[in-house]
Structures are given as C-alpha cells and as structure tokens.
Write a protein that binds this ligand. Structure first.
Ligand code: PGA
Length: 256
C-alpha cells in the first residue's frame, strides 16, 4: 500500500492535565523511530491537555503528532468557550478531528458546520480528520453508503483538489463506537471503498488514491489486524483502546 498508515488516539473528555502528562509520557517511552519512518501516530487530548502533551513529546523528540478534537471556524472574537485554528496551531497541533458523531449527536454539529471547520483548518495549515458514519437505524434501512457519502460530499464541499488532499477521513459507524461491537472488516471495507470513490468523483483518482481513510469504532488489539488487512482501510481512530499506552502501542505496531 502506498498510503502512509495512521493511528490516531481520540482521548475524548478523559484525562486531567496530570493524567494527560502521564499517558503522554508512557506513550513517548514506547516510541521507536520506525513509528514515524513508516506511519503517522497522532494523539488527540482535550484542549487544555494539548500543550502539556506536546511539550512531553517534543522534549523526548518523539515524532508523534498532536491533534485537537474540535475547533471553531472564526480566528478570534466574541465566541465564548470556543477555540480557534491559530490557537491550536500555536500549541503544536498538526491535526484536528472534525464532525465526530458525538459532536454531531450531542452538540448539534451540522454538515455545514463541519465544512466551515474543514475550510478554516486547511486555511490555517492543520489537517482535518473528518469523521463520518451512520446510525444503526440507517444501517438497518440499507442506506449506509448514501448517508455516509452525503456526509463526505458536504464536508468537502467547495474545496480545491490541493486542499482536499490535506484531509483524512475516518469512517466511524455510530453503533460501533464505545460499544465493543466492531464493524466486520468486510462491512468497514465496503464503506471505506465507497468513501474513496466519492472523493475520486469530487477530486479525481490521484487525490482519492492518496487519501487516508481510517476506521473507528471499538478498534482494539484483537480486531485491528483484520481491519488493517483491508485495501481501503489505512489506519484507525481509536477511543477506548487509546487510553492505555500498552493497547495504543499494540495498535500502532499492527500497522507495520
Ligand atoms: P472507540 O471510539 O474506539 O472507543 O469505539 C472511537 C471514536 O469514537 O473515535
């Protein structure tokens, strides 16, 4: 596979400042140069843990990237409680998760919001990790591909090819997130292939061929190999299994 694999840990709303430093240090202690030679390893802690986590990794010279879990599209101003792209950039973020199903479902984030965030991130030099995925009801209705590809189209709307090329897509079926119920490798592969085909329709074969499409939803050391063996799955966006350095390391190593 010519695409560089990626393992990204989404810590969600876990780890206080002190706990985040400990976990970052434990992951950093396991870092080997081949990780960054052959793949991208990313950790996405809560906003206030971004700086301490990036400080630990920089101090150790561990080439593990730091990403945020959300962002607001305006650069500054009267937006109480929000965080902007320049703020993320200054604390060392090179990636940012956008459109996670928890943000869409619990905080009312729309496809249009996701598109604005993607544009702001690309404009500021941070790579978006765009999350898409269907509910159980959509899957049972048999309209998964249509639903997910519509999310992809909305997230990428109005981008030029070279801007789209900066993005990563994460396919995360909502029914598999935090439930222990993983999509089978075949189910995940089918949707990831449909996502790539949608990107090809919008931006051409070259952008689609180079784009990383990750799977997320109860990925763990026990099921990672079957998922990573699929031709259209280039890595994982990991929740629960990214909160322990041991299991995160195993997931990283499954990419070699
Ligand atoms: P999970 O979460 O691995 O705990 O299912 C994945 C995600 O929501 O990004």
């Amino acid at each position: 596979m010519s695409r560089r694999p990626m393992m990204a840990g989404n810590w969600k709303m876990n780890n206080t400042y002190g706990e985040a430093v400990v976990l970052a240090q434990e992951i950093s202690n396991r870092y080997e140069p081949r990780w960054s030679d052959r793949m991208d390893v990313v950790v996405c802690p809560p906003y206030i843990d971004l700086k301490p986590v990036s400080t630990v990794l920089e101090f150790d010279k561990s080439h593990i990237a730091v990403g945020a879990q959300n962002v607001y599209w305006e650069a500054s101003g009267a937006y109480t409680g929000e965080i902007s792209v320049p703020m993320l950039k200054e604390v060392g973020c090179t990636y940012c998760i956008v459109g996670h199903s928890e943000r869409r479902g619990l905080f009312g984030e729309t496809n249009e919001d996701v598109n604005r965030k993607v544009k702001a991130l690309i404009g500021g030099g941070i790579s978006p990790i765009i999350c898409v995925g269907e509910s159980l009801a959509v899957r049972e209705e048999g309209t998964t591909d249509e639903f997910v590809c519509a999310q992809v189209k909305a997230a990428f709307a109005g981008l030029a090819d070279h801007q789209a090329a900066k993005c990563v897509v994460a396919y995360e079926p909502i029914w598999a997130i935090g439930t222990g119920r993983t999509a089978t490798p075949e189910q995940a592969e089918a949707v990831c292939a449909a996502i790539r085909a949608t990107v090809a329709e919008m931006f051409g074969d070259q952008v689609a061929e180079n784009m990383r499409v990750l799977y997320g939803g109860s990925m763990n050391p026990g099921n990672v190999e079957g998922l990573m063996a699929q031709p259209n799955i280039d890595g994982g966006l990991i929740g629960g299994a990214a909160l322990k350095a041991d299991s995160f390391e195993q997931l990283v190593k499954a990419c070699f």
